[in-house]
Design a protein around this ligand. Structure first.
Ligand SMILES: *[C@@H]1O[C@H](CO)[C@@H](O)[C@H](O)[C@H]1NC(C)=O
Length: 435
């Protein structure tokens, strides 16, 4: 059934191709239908496995602390038991679903530390996160961490459960972390009816954030159709505002939400841009990053207007902007980094397997001042493949973060550590690459 699904996907795409010729060509490129996995060669010492980082879907480099934050699972294979974002609803009461965790990776030692969670007992099924400074503390001293949590829905699975209720009750957990403490204190759980299939978060303050819903259909065939057909453009990004950070009695207390961006296909990862009001939103399975500008409407509700859609040659999951700290007039490696599977065509047949090689590609899109689009007043972006793996080093890639290395330490060469992880990878990895 699963293997047949990818064949169905191709047939559907080909069929539609009679109507939409360029659409099908692009779909075949993004799905990697004819692409063989590649593997970037690395010298010894230029590939490090970060122990204990199981199935970390998202990675964030937090500037003022210099640390990388991530959210992971507590046991290998967790995604095969229960992970609604890939339509896995098999073991909602698996006892180890409570072991999801937040971790801090020190980019200097390449070691990860699991944060002890205070006032929180799970279940914790992790996905996208965001991290921002605590505005009441000097920069770099303390942060707020927002994390998506895909809990099984007690209304579906509980006693007298309603089979029509959604299987998943997905919420956002808010934590406060004092840097170096090894702990994160649970502030509250956040839910609103507009938060349905949350994927990633873009925090603007401790009480205001954006969240993507990645699917309109939650499960089954409609969802599979939605995955492969970008014509089913029904996902959105929601702006959530909290009244304050006081303790609450219910998950929806003091929560206001409004739609910030609507009717696009498979909105997925969110990334901070070059300015405070710039946001990158990926349309994951279409392999695109929408460049958006955030503005404010009535009642402080945020609205995103898309000015440009950058096309990548594979699906792109969580985007991160890399600002090159060693840029000069002739060489500036800044750009938006995005990654995804080399062969999305195999995704349906592979996602439920325990041991499989899922290759991935990491791309960098750099803004170019002059180009075809410039005449139309649009910004052009150059696309470059910066790393690829055949699945031996990391099982697919849903997040990638680039950290420049001081050229003095590399005999003047412009190099960087690239951190790669995914929701199905046994561990996050760090690799040293040329910029
Ligand atoms: C800028 O950096 C590049 C790459 O490190 C180097 O080759 C070049 O000489 C630098 N240019 C200037 C003007 O410093």
């Amino acid at each position: 059934m699963a293997a047949r699904a990818s064949i169905t996907a191709v047939l559907l795409a080909v069929l539609l191709g009679y109507v939409y010729n360029s659409y099908v060509q692009r779909a075949l490129v993004v799905m990697g239908a004819f692409r063989q996995p590649g593997s970037t060669e690395l010298a010894p010492g230029e590939f490090v496995v970060i122990d204990g980082t199981t199935h970390c879907e998202d990675l964030h480099h937090h500037e003022s602390t210099g640390l990388i934050f991530t959210a992971c699972e507590g046991f290998q294979g967790a995604r095969l038991k229960w992970f609604p974002p890939i339509d896995h609803f098999f073991e909602p009461s698996h006892p180890e679903l409570v072991k999801g965790n937040l971790q801090v990776i020190d980019p200097k030692t390449l070691k990860a530390q699991v944060l002890e969670l205070e006032g929180f007992s799970g279940p914790f099924v992790t996905h996208g996160i965001d991290v921002i400074d605590d505005p009441k503390k000097p920069k770099g001293e303390a942060v707020y961490i927002f994390a998506v949590n895909h809990r099984p829905n007690p209304k579906h699975y509980g006693e007298n459960g309603d089979a029509n209720a959604p299987q998943c009750y997905s919420v956002i957990e808010l934590f406060h972390h004092v840097v170096g403490s090894g702990k994160a204190r649970h502030v509250r759980t956040i839910w609103h009816p507009l938060i349905t299939t949350p994927n990633d978060i873009f925090a603007m303050s401790p009480t205001s954030f954006l969240v993507t819903n990645d699917h309109y259909f939650r499960t089954g065939l409609p969802r599979m159709m939605e995955d492969v057909l970008s014509l089913i453009a029904r996902t959105n990004t929601v702006h959530v505002q909290l009244q304050d950070l006081e303790p609450v009695k219910s998950d929806d207390a003091g929560v206001h939400a409004s739609v910030a961006l609507d009717k696009l296909h498979n909105l997925n990862g969110l990334g901070h841009g070059r300015t405070e009001d710039e946001v990158f939103v990926t349309g994951c399975s279409d392999g695109v990053i929408h460049v958006g500008k955030i503005s404010e409407g009535k009642d402080a509700e945020k609205i995103i207007s898309v000015s440009k859609t950058i096309e990548f040659s594979s699906p792109v999951d969580n985007p991160t902007y890399f600002k090159d700290p060693y840029a000069n007039k002739t060489f500036d490696a800044s750009g938006v980094v995005g990654s995804g599977p080399t062969r999305a065509i195999d995704w349906f047949s592979n996602k439920g397997l325990e041991d499989v090689l899922d290759p991935s590609m990491v791309w960098m899109a750099s803004p170019r001042s002059k180009g075809e689009g410039a005449a139309k007043g649009e910004e052009d972006w150059d696309l470059k493949l910066i790393f690829q793996d055949d699945g031996q080093r990391v099982r697919t890639s849903s997040a990638s973060v680039l950290l420049a290395i001081d050229p003095k330490e590399e005999q003047g060469r412009r190099r960087a550590w690239l951190f790669v992880s995914s929701y199905q990878a046994n561990n996050a990895i760090a690799v040293k690459i040329d910029l």
